[in-house]
Design a protein around this ligand. Sequence first.
Ligand SMILES: [Zn+2]
Ligand SMILES: [Zn+2]
Length: 139
Amino acid sequence: MYCRNCGKEMDDLAAVCISCGVSKDDGNTFCRNCGNTINPNAEFCTNCGSTTNRKVVYEGEQKSKIAAGVLGILVGTLGIHNFYLGYTSKAIAQLLLGTVGVILCGIGPVASAIWGLVEGIMILTGSIDTDGNGVPLKD
Ligand SMILES: [Zn+2]
Ligand SMILES: [Zn+2]
C-alpha cells in the first residue's frame, strides 16, 4: 500500500503514514495500489487500473443535511436534530433544557431554542457536516 498523500510506500496495517503523518486513505494525489500520481477525480488509476482510490463508501445511511438543519431550526428546543444525527447526550441536554428548563422562568426553552437554531444554521451552512458517528451528511 502507498500513502495517498505523499506516495511513499507504507505498511498495509499502518493507520498513519510514517513519512508525512497523514492517516491512511487521506489525500488523493497518489494511487494507493501502485504509488503513481493520479487525478483526484479519477475513477481508476491509469497506471495499474486499481479502483481502490475512490472515496471511502460509508457504512450505514448518511443523514440528510437539510432534514437535520430544518429540525434544528424548528424543533431544536427539544434537541430533535441531535437525536436524528446521533448526538444523543447533546440531544438529551437540549430536551431537558427545553422541558424541565421551564421551571427556570422559561429561560431554558428559549436558550435551547436559540441553541437549536444556531446548530440548525451551522448544519445547513456546513459548519457541522458529520453525524454523531462521524459519517458525513449528505446534501
Ligand atoms: Zn505519506
Ligand atoms: Zn495505481
